[in-house]
Design a protein around this ligand. Structure first.
Ligand code: GLU
Length: 473
């Protein structure tokens, strides 16, 4: 039996869970689920100055919102520094690493010399074979790995193929700083080993690190996990992802009104595909996901596409679920707090009643809420400019006519209302639109809204007649 798969998501808590990180987490989660393995969560909080509790919380909230779960408790990398130090010292004992006492001046000189020779700034190995008894007094050393100097280090990457790194380009990098703290390179290797990680799936900005980490795994005689470096996400124009392109925190996507299932579905297709399948259930995603189908080229983030997928998910959603989702983001959206303050039993039930119609017309929850704004408006309604224009003298005359026709209606259903208004338009020899527009303006305060018969039904008889009366009085 082969060893069970263990993946990990290892964010640095220096900011929110950004969209690239969310995709990395998703791929790790899917692969673990697909293989019946585990995904672990490791918080890489060794940078004490830049790591914050708020960022840890934001990452955890973001993962939970996306429905991505991990096994066991999150592991704090910082809490493992003693173990990292122990491994560094063990490497020294094994002759695979050494204390380096180079002074800042010597290091500066090395860099300058390399620069003058047009070479990358590399450590020259002065303490590699020097007798430690020559160590200057009072200098706290760092520990450096004794990296191979000849040949090459190959990262056998499941996405990128074999990537060759000439060892002369990978110098004796530091694994333990002079203050006894581990470097990122060491901490990752020790943790991945101790956590039993079998598959490292992460952004391809870590590919060079993978070479250095391979050296460390080998130095300890540990198995190198399977590596899979995923191409980064670019903007729709092919440029590096910036804020403008969508390089935002997952929380920003929630506040823009995207559903987590839709975002997840969109993200899985960013750099991975299963034929031409676009919309897929979680079960399908899990059963289809494999590392071998991760694309080699950079994926492009496309808001239009995300919106389209989100719109599809909204239409497929249960009305009550959508209602709950919309209410849950109110505190995060513009004008949402005011709406929240106005919520009562009546408008809640109207909102829910309007959902089948509302969800057909919106691509995001924000749009859905905006389209539903008429439900929450207080009488007399504030009209926007277009609505005001629609309710000119001619509009008001039409509205008066509709009012009397509607007043006598006792069975307030879409069919009945449709019938009454069509009749009215026919008798007045007006096109339906000509009649519907001033009515819409009076009912919603806007020139665009869901279908006017639906609006009448959602608002109910009393509120509808009241709103019309306000405009013709
Ligand atoms: N902490 C690193 C990051 O957030 C990831 C390290 C890793 O996956 O090995 O970019």
């Amino acid at each position: 039996m082969s060893t069970p798969v263990v993946t990990r998501f290892a964010p640095s808590p220096t900011g929110f869970l950004h969209i690239g990180g969310a995709r990395t987490a998703l791929f790790n989660w899917l692969y673990a689920k697909h293989t019946g393995g585990k995904m672990l969560l490791r918080i890489e909080d060794t940078d004490r100055e830049r790591s914050t509790k708020a960022a840890v919380d934001a990452i955890i909230d973001g993962l939970k919102w996306l429905g991505l779960t991990w096994d066991g408790d999150p592991i704090s990398q910082f809490s493992r520094v003693d173990r990292h130090r122990e491994v560094a010292e063990e490497l020294v004992k094994k002759g695979q690493a050494y204390y380096c006492y180079a002074t800042p001046e010597e290091l500066t000189e090395m860099r300058e010399k390399a620069r003058a020779e047009g070479k990358p700034p590399r450590y020259n190995g002065i303490w590699r074979d020097r007798d430690p008894s020559k160590a200057p007094k009072g200098v706290k050393p760092v520990i450096r790995i004794k990296a191979p100097q000849q040949g090459e280090t190959i990262v056998h990457d499941r996405v990128q193929g074999d990537v060759h790194f000439p060892n002369k380009d990978l110098d004796d990098f530091i694994i333990l700083r002079s203050d006894g703290t581990p470097t990122y390179m060491l901490a990752v290797v020790v943790d991945d080993h101790d956590m039993g990680v079998t598959h490292v799936i992460r952004g391809d900005d870590h590919l060079t690190n993978a070479a250095r980490q391979t050296i460390l795994f080998n130095a300890m005689g540990w198995d190198v996990p399977v590596m899979a470096h995923i191409p980064l996400i670019h903007g729709a124009d092919g440029a590096k992802l910036s804020k403008r392109h969508g390089a935002l925190g997952v929380d920003a996507y929630r506040a823009m009104g995207y559903l987590p299932v839709a975002l997840r579905n969109y993200l899985v297709r960013l750099g991975w595909s299963h034929g031409d399948d676009e919309i897929m259930s979680t079960e399908d995603m899990i059963s289809w996901f494999d590392i071998d189908d991760i694309n080699k080229g950079a994926a492009r983030f496309d808001f239009k596409k995300l919106e389209a997928i989100n719109g599809q998910y909204m239409r497929m959603s249960d009305d009550k679920d959508l209602f709950d989702a919309a209410l849950s983001i109110l505190p995060e959206i513009e004008g949402g707090k005011e709406l929240e303050a106005k919520l009562n039993e009546k408008n809640r039930s109207e909102f829910l009643k309007g959902m089948p119609e509302l969800k057909e017309r919106a691509k995001t929850l924000v749009e859905l809420i905006d389209n539903a704004a008429f439900i929450f408006s207080d009488r007399p309604l504030k009209l926007d400019e277009k609505a005001t224009n629609l309710l000119n003298d001619e509009g008001k005359t039409i509205l008066k006519g509709i009012y009397s026709a509607l007043e006598s209606c006792t069975e307030w259903t879409k069919e009945k209302l449709d019938h009454i208004i069509r009749n009215y338009a026919e008798e007045a020899q007006l096109k339906l639109g000509k009649v519907a527009q001033p009515l819409r303006a009076a009912l919603t305060g806007r020139a665009v809204s869901p279908g006017v018969f639906d609006v009448l039904v959602i608002l109910g008889r009393d509120e509808s007649l009241g709103r019309i009366r306000d405009q013709i009085a």
